[in-house]
Design a binder for this molecule. Structure first.
Ligand code: FAD
Length: 555
């Protein structure tokens, strides 16, 4: 009897090893084998929703920043395709119950640029599958309450779909990202910023309620009124405390159209003082703009070219392009662009005539280079979804799926001009920034829109209401670009350290816990972040791709 049982057991073990080998030809380490075996024990819950093949695991180890050489190091043992929050909870409970808990990370679209959505050796949860039914077609998990003025959106939903669902009822969220093909859970795990943040705060400040599955597999509904500590932890929490399966986003009446303005400047001081006038609560220009951003142009021809691709029709004529090139030359190779938009029509209580009156005052007051104001009139949707046209163009040219060594920073207002002189006119020109592809953004935000109880890190309060964000958003398209861009990013960091400019990374990426604690969070914030981790994910299961915590957590 015992001999038979032993023989059967031996047979089962051989089958398990064979299955693992067939299913995962590239994965042979004992750790990944044991992870796959543990997940297979969940078969009742996960039937047909786990893949361990090389195609699935390779895809889940890449992201928008991918440097191909990092793929193998980031490879998960499996990819999990849940059909409900309960499936995710079962997966997390299985990991928690294990003697060696395996890592689990949510993957929205993988638009991170530093492996943040990966789960090396563990399980990546493909969030998009929450929105798919068993037979394939997409099930939109988007429910608008017209009476309550909110939308309940699945964590896997794209912001562009949230927009269209809300617009069907004449409503819209208020705070956006520049690009809408990002997931609700993905941007809420960071902050979600764009040119509306100065007035409404980042997207994390525009959430009423969340459904979260914590690291222990508990399913919790939280808000500022209920389980507020978890709510605050998850918003801007870099995926460390739970997976967001639903977010309730407040809505307001939607405008129909946008006047979209671009003004060119020959110097940073004029640009930033004008941006600050536009985002101020008081003054002649307060409230004129609904959206305020800005960018740095170190390659006027190239940037004008890529701008042209974005709006439905061009901002510039051929004649304008020649004039802009001459202005750039005069300004020493660096120009600045203030980008703004005013919404009107639809449910907004302003008309085109009101907008024109406001713009007239604004154009008189601002200090842009005279003769270099460009205005377009587009629909509200065309304005919000403006990056999509550029994406499609880059995809068609094979220039979208390339490495993106992005650097996003928050800086105190008191440092922005020193930063501009040292980086835009120094590092970037020296390093041939003008030949690098991709925009460089610079715009201010108001501190009052940010909530210090949430996990997102923004500059320490220095008594100034305004702080800046700078995004150096490069695409490495040619041989040698990636190394050049990474060297430029390192030089920017060195410049800030040498000049004593305290910069905080947005969409942060660090390699060790010591760096996260000292360079990103600082002592007070780190203590709170680590305490919340011990409470909501005590086995350090979630989002190990961020490289903040490892198992076991330090006491
Ligand atoms: P992923 O990259 O898949 O995930 C990001 C992190 O969040 C990971 O740690 C992941 O584990 C975690 N995560 C994902 N889903 C969930 C969930 N449901 N619950 C809990 N954790 C989760 N950001 C801005 O703020 N403003 C911009 O204007 C902006 N523009 C962008 C433009 C482009 C072209 C791109 C590629 C990115 C842009 N981003 C911008 C950055 C974007 O916010 C981040 O990439 C963000 O991570 C969202 O991407 P994602 O939905 O694909 O999430």
């Amino acid at each position: 009897m015992i001999a038979m049982a032993a023989a059967e057991l031996g047979f089962v073990l051989i089958c398990a090893v064979l299955m693992a080998t067939i299913l995962r030809p590239t994965l042979a380490s004992p750790t990944t084998t044991s992870v796959v075996d543990q997940i297979r024990e969940l078969e009742g819950v996960t039937a047909g929703r786990i893949r361990t093949d090389a195609a699935a695991t390779a895809l889940a180890s890449t992201d928008f920043g991918t440097n191909a050489s990092s793929v193998d190091a980031a490879r998960p043992a499996a990819v999990f395709y849940p059909s409900s929050a309960a499936d995710i909870a079962a997966l997390l409970r299985a990991s928690s119950a294990s003697a060696s808990p395996f890592p689990v990370s949510a993957r929205g679209c993988g638009h991170s640029t530093g492996g943040q959505a990966t789960a090396p050796g563990g399980v990546v949860v493909d969030m998009a599958s929450l929105g798919r039914s068993a037979d394939g077609p997409s099930v939109a998990r988007l429910a608008v309450s017209v009476h309550g003025r909110y939308i309940d959106a699945g964590g896997e939903q794209l912001w562009v779909d949230v927009l269209h669902a809300a617009l069907a009822h004449g409503l819209t969220p208020r705070s956006w990202t520049d690009y809408l093909h990002l997931t609700v859970g993905g941007t809420l795990s960071n902050a979600g910023i764009s040119g509306q943040a100065f007035r409404h705060g980042p997207q994390i400040s525009n959430v009423l309620e969340l459904d979260v599955v914590t690291g222990t597999g508990e399913m919790v509904t939280c808000s500022k009124e209920k389980q507020a500590d978890l709510f605050d932890a998850v918003l801007g929490g870099l995926g460390q405390f739970g997976l967001i399966t639903r977010a309730r986003i407040p809505l307001v009446p939607a405008p129909a159209r946008a006047r979209w303005v671009r003004l060119l400047y020959a110097d940073a001081a004029a640009l930033t003082s004008d941006q600050e006038r536009l985002i101020a609560e008081r003054g002649a220009l307060a409230g004129v703009m609904d959206y305020v951003e800005g960018s740095v142009l170190t390659d006027s021809q190239g940037l004008i070219g890529s701008w042209r691709s974005q709006p439905p029709s061009s901002f510039f004529s051929e004649g304008d392009a020649a004039r802009v090139a001459a202005l750039a030359k005069e300004a020493g190779g660096v120009l600045y662009c203030l980008e703004g938009a005013v919404y009107y029509g639809g449910a907004a209580d302003t008309t085109a005539a009101d907008v024109d009156k406001g713009l007239e005052v604004m154009l008189r007051e601002l200090r842009y280079a005279r003769g270099f104001a460009f205005v377009q009139d587009v629909s509200y949707v065309e304005f919000l979804d403006r990056v999509r046209a550029g994406e499609l163009k880059l995809r068609a040219a094979g220039l979208w799926d390339v490495p993106h060594p992005w650097l996003n920073l928050f800086l105190p207002r008191s440092s922005i001009l020193d930063f501009a002189a040292g980086v835009f006119h120094g590092v970037m020109l020296r390093r041939g920034g003008g030949t690098m592809m991709g925009p460089v953004l610079v715009y201010p935000m108001n501190r009052r829109g940010w909530d210090g109880a949430m996990s997102a890190v923004f500059p320490e309060d220095d008594g100034d209401e305004v702080f800046y964000t700078v995004g150096i958003l490069r695409s490495a398209v040619a041989a040698g670009d990636l190394a050049r861009m990474e060297a430029q990013n390192a030089e920017v960091a060195r410049f800030c350290a040498d000049a004593g400019i305290p910069c905080t990374q947005y969409l942060p990426s660090y390699a060790t816990q010591a760096e996260w604690a000292a360079r990103h969070f600082g002592p007070g914030r780190w203590d709170r972040f680590a305490r919340r981790k011990r409470k909501y994910d005590p086995n350090a299961i979630l989002s190990r791709g961020q490289r903040i915590f490892s198992y076991p957590l330090a006491a």
